[in-house]
Design a protein around this ligand. Structure first.
Ligand SMILES: [Zn+2]
Length: 224
């Protein structure tokens, strides 16, 4: 298409249609990791690649939640933390918080069902970011905010723990690699200790949060 003669349909779909309604994040198969676009209804109930059933309500809740999070983030991005603490809020901030509240409940719903590991990590990061903002408004407890922060930390630490383990097994033992392997072993040991500490912290936080009828969202990590 030439720039001199813009097609009105093109302008509508690119400039307005897609900007107003961004595409939903794809479904991710929990069993094999395949990404599946939502497409038209009826939505797929089984993975095209491995034929395992898809938890559609959780996948939909994840996609809607991450969409609302992105909308809220865009509106709240320009609000400085100093202004955010004030009780009087601008219409943009109110709208941004409204999106965040939608995202917060959608993602909680998603995490109660089956989502892929990468979706879990992303959801925990979004929850931690939102809980931080809600904490400034006094709408979540410091415990709840600490809980999501700890889940993100646990998830990142576990990821690094696996990566370091892979590095150790990929390098052949020898005179030139022993120092590298030693460093990685020490790092792996540190990470394992951090994971044990985090496990205790999260278990404690969950115990406190059960009083507020909050269920557990975490995934158990296998360390041994
Ligand atoms: Zn699959």
């Amino acid at each position: 298409m030439s720039l001199a003669s813009p097609n009105p349909d093109y302008i509508y779909s690119e400039e307005l249609g897609q900007a107003d309604e961004p595409e939903l994040a794809p479904i991710i198969c929990v069993a094999c990791g395949k990404e599946i676009e939502w497409g038209e209804e009826p939505y797929p109930v089984r993975c095209y690649a491995c034929h395992e059933p898809i938890d559609l309500p959780s996948q939909m809740a994840f996609s809607r939640g991450s969409d609302a999070f992105a909308e809220g983030q865009e509106l709240l991005f320009f609000v400085s933390p100093k202004r955010r603490r004030r009780s009087i809020t601008t219409p943009e901030e109110m709208e941004g918080l409204h999106y965040y509240m939608q995202a917060y409940s959608s993602l909680q719903l998603a995490l109660q069902g089956k989502v892929a590991d990468q979706q879990f990590q992303q959801a925990a990061q979004m929850m931690a970011a939102m809980a931080n903002v809600f904490l400034q408004h006094g709408s979540v407890s410091p415990l709840e905010s600490a809980y999501w922060g700890s889940l993100v930390k646990e998830s990142n630490t576990h990821k690094e723990w696996i990566e370091v383990g892979e590095k150790i097994s990929a390098v052949k033992p020898g005179a030139f690699t022993w120092l590298k392997r030693l460093r990685w072993r020490l790092r792996k040991h540190q990470l394992k200790k951090a994971l044990i500490d985090l496990d205790q912290k999260i278990t404690k936080l969950e115990r406190y949060m059960k009083f507020a009828e909050q269920s557990s969202f975490r995934r158990k990590k296998t360390l041994f």
